[in-house]
Design a protein around this ligand. Structure first.
Ligand SMILES: [Zn+2]
Length: 151
């Protein structure tokens, strides 16, 4: 599905710590993840909520990761639900760095976690995507959205 996001999203990391944005280098940015964005930043950079919303998922109990696809399921991540059914997701977070809990309301720019190296990742960065659900399976039934002003 191609559509422009109806919400306005801010950069999910502090601008002064952003090395660069990379949309295409990751071998994972294909298929339904084609609109995902990697924000290259130092480890432990604060992760910021891209828009107001409600936290719907938090995983921060993983402490392993690296440049092997075997680490795919070990990413720590947070999902936030926004207005009009859009969600944002933040991956590779540092072990036990989440500052938020499920059902918590967050505001745009609020610090929610730290950038880490959990899951399948070659270097410290924040993997992020805006998406919608297109079915009922949390892991499979989603599609990412192209967001013009998301970084
Ligand atoms: Zn990525």
């Amino acid at each position: 599905m191609e559509r422009n996001s109806v919400n306005r999203y801010r950069l999910p990391v502090p601008e002064n710590l952003l090395e660069r944005i990379d949309k295409t280098s990751s071998p994972a940015h294909v298929g339904k993840l084609r609109n995902a964005i990697d924000f290259l930043v130092p480890e432990n950079t604060p992760v910021l909520a891209a828009a107001n919303g409600i936290v719907t998922y938090v995983k921060d109990d993983s402490n392993i990761g690296g440049s092997n696809p075997a680490y795919w399921n070990y990413t720590n991540f947070i999902v936030i639900m926004h207005a009009n059914g859009e969600y944002s997701r933040y991956d590779h977070l540092t072990y036990r760095s989440s500052r938020v809990k499920v059902h918590q309301a967050v505001t745009k720019g609020q610090e929610i976690a730290e950038v880490g190296m959990t899951g399948y990742t070659f270097r410290p960065h924040l993997h992020s995507q805006v998406f919608i659900y297109i079915g009922t399976n949390f892991w499979m039934d989603f599609d990412t959205i192209s967001v013009q002003d998301f970084g």
